[in-house]
Design a binder for this molecule. Structure first.
Ligand SMILES: Nc1ncnc2c1ncn2[C@@H]1O[C@H](COP(=O)(O)OP(=O)(O)OP(=O)(O)O)[C@@H](O)[C@H]1O
Ligand SMILES: [Mg+2]
Length: 227
């Protein structure tokens, strides 16, 4: 385990290469990276610099070519597929640029979805979903379908979905990338509140300097290295 228990994300010597037409494309080069518990970190850097790749490694959605990834006390390299799925379902919440809501489900049903992967009993799922939607200020939209919501509201539903399992860490990949200024600010207000009031650790990739300003620290990824 990492020497400092307060480091909720701890990467050492992480290299990630992809096979591309017989050649290896190395995206991350021996990366050392930590996130402290309770931090709101903004990760910036040019397109193609490996930001999403890094998030995928932290989420256990992909494996490094070399190096060590520890998240919330788990050495991800030591976990099998079933254990990784459990780790994700209990420890992480995800927010994506394009919301990724299922169009055939209502807001409350979308929010309740991650609970299917946890031990939360069926009878409790609806209450949990409604509570999460209340946190994001959408109590009056629980039965709306995604097409009946604005982009900003859709992203708030997806934030409700990210917190419904009460995760320690929220991973957000360009959460304001498709939103107008006002909706983006509302989403950032919410992320800041989740960090400050509920103590969630947040790792947010963004190209937007205004979004990065909300974070407690900013790291820059360029050519597979952090600066
Ligand atoms: N599964 C994959 N197979 C092959 N190459 C990949 C794969 N995933 C990512 N890459 C390559 O790795 C590099 C980094 O991709 P990544 O998606 O991490 O960039 P990014 O920093 O998130 O960029 P953006 O800001 O555009 O989202 C790119 O050159 C990409 O083509
Ligand atoms: Mg990306």
């Amino acid at each position: 385990m990492s020497e400092d228990a307060k480091q909720i994300v701890f990467l050492r010597g992480v290299t990630k290469s992809f096979a591309k037409g017989g050649e290896a494309l190395t995206v991350l080069h021996g990366l050392d990276f930590e996130v402290e518990e309770g931090q709101f970190l903004a990760l910036m850097g040019p397109s193609g610099s490996g930001k999403s790749t890094l998030l995928n490694l932290i989420a256990g959605l992909d494996v490094p070519t070399a190096g060590r990834v520890e998240v919330a006390g788990h050495d991800l390299g030591a976990l099998g597929d079933g254990q990784l799925a459990k780790f994700r379902a209990n420890t992480l919440g995800f927010v994506f640029q394009s919301f990724n809501l299922l169009p055939v489900l209502t807001a409350a049903e979308n929010v309740a979805l991650p609970l299917l992967l946890t031990s939360v009993p069926r009878s409790e799922r609806k209450t949990r979903a409604h509570t999460a939607l209340k946190v994001v200020g959408l109590s009056d939209r629980v039965d709306h379908y995604p097409r009946q919501l604005s982009g900003g509201q859709e992203q708030r539903v997806s934030i409700a979905r990210a917190i419904v399992n009460d995760p320690q860490i929220i991973i957000a990949d360009e959460p304001t990338g498709e939103l107008d200024r006002a909706s983006a600010d509302a989403v950032l207000d919410l992320l800041q509140k989740l960090n400050e009031e509920l103590g969630k650790t947040i790792i947010m990739v963004t190209h937007d300097p205004r979004a990065a300003k909300r974070a407690s620290s900013v790291r820059e990824l360029d050519k597979g290295q952090l600066s």
